[in-house]
Design a protein around this ligand. Structure first.
Ligand code: MN
Length: 226
C-alpha cells in the first residue's frame, strides 16, 4: 500500500484533490472508512473505497453497486488513495488525470467479516459489512482471473450477499444525489466551474427532470413578484 502511484498521476498545483501529505493529521479512527465517489470522468464510474493500513483501497465500478445478489459488478482495482480523499467532492480540471465531476455518493464505515482481512485481500476473497447511508449489510469482493488486461489493475467482482438489505431495485437510479450535499452531478459541476453538460450525462434523466421542474417553478414565482 503506497501513494506513489496516486501522486505520480496528479499535478496538485492544478487539481483540488488532496495531495496525501497530511500523513498523521488524524489519529487511527476507531472504525474503518467506507466511501463511494460517483465520478463523471472520460467514462462514468463509481469509485469504491475501503480504508486499510492508512490508505483507501480503491476500485472503479463502471455500473455502480447493485443490491441484487444475483448481479456481479465488475470492479477494477486502481491506485490506493489518501484517507482525506474520502471527503472530496468537486471538479477535477479537464485535461488532468480523472478530469470531471466527483460526487460523494455514499459514506460510512466498513468491517471485515473474517479474522484476517489481510489474508482475505491477498487471497482475493474479501467478505465485509458496510454501514453506509445507502449501502448496508454483507458484501463480497472477489478477484477474478482472465479479464484483467493490466497487471496493475486487477479485476474483481462486487457482489451483494443475501440479507435484509438485498433488493432488486436500482439504488443508483433511486438515490442519485450526494450523500453530503444532496446535489446532483450537474449541480456540483455548475457550482465548481466544471463541464455542466458532461456532468449531466451522469445524472439519471428522471432526476434531471425533477430538478428542471423546481427551477421552472422558482422562475414562475419571481416573475409574478416583479
Ligand atoms: Mn475515478
Amino acid at each position: 500500500m503506497s501513494l506513489v502511484s496516486y501522486k505520480r498521476k496528479r499535478n496538485f498545483d492544478v487539481t483540488p484533490e488532496p495531495s496525501g501529505t497530511k500523513r498523521s493529521a488524524h489519529k487511527q479512527a476507531p472504525s474503518l472508512i467506507y466511501v463511494i465517489q460517483k465520478h463523471r470522468a472520460s467514462h462514468l464510474h463509481y469509485d469504491f473505497r475501503l480504508e486499510w493500513n492508512g490508505v483507501l483501497l480503491s476500485w472503479a465500478v463502471p455500473k455502480g453497486p447493485s443490491l441484487d445478489p444475483s448481479v456481479k459488478r465488475l470492479a477494477t482495482q486502481v491506485e490506493d488513495h489518501p484517507l482525506d480523499y474520502a471527503n472530496f467532492e468537486g471538479v477535477i480540471p479537464e485535461g488532468e488525470y480523472g478530469g470531471g465531476t466527483v460526487m460523494l455518493w455514499d459514506k460510512g464505515t466498513w468491517a471485515p467479516e473474517s479474522d484476517d482481512p489481510a489474508a482475505a485481500l491477498e487471497k482475493g476473497d474479501l467478505k465485509f459489512t458496510l454501514k453506509g447511508k445507502k449501502l448496508k449489510g454483507s458484501w463480497v469482493l472477489v478477484r477474478t482471473r482472465g479479464f484483467g488486461r493490466q497487471p496493475a489493475r486487477p479485476s474483481w467482482l462486487l457482489i451483494k450477499h443475501r440479507d435484509q438489505y438485498a433488493s432488486t431495485g436500482d439504488i443508483t437510479e433511486r438515490e442519485p444525489r450526494s450523500v453530503s450535499t444532496r446535489r446532483l452531478l450537474v449541480e456540483i459541476a455548475h457550482e465548481g466551474g466544471g463541464d455542466v453538460r458532461k456532468a449531466a450525462t451522469g445524472d439519471p434523466p428522471a432526476a434531471l427532470e425533477r430538478k428542471l421542474a423546481t427551477i421552472e417553478r422558482g422562475r414562475g414565482l419571481s416573475t409574478h413578484g416583479s
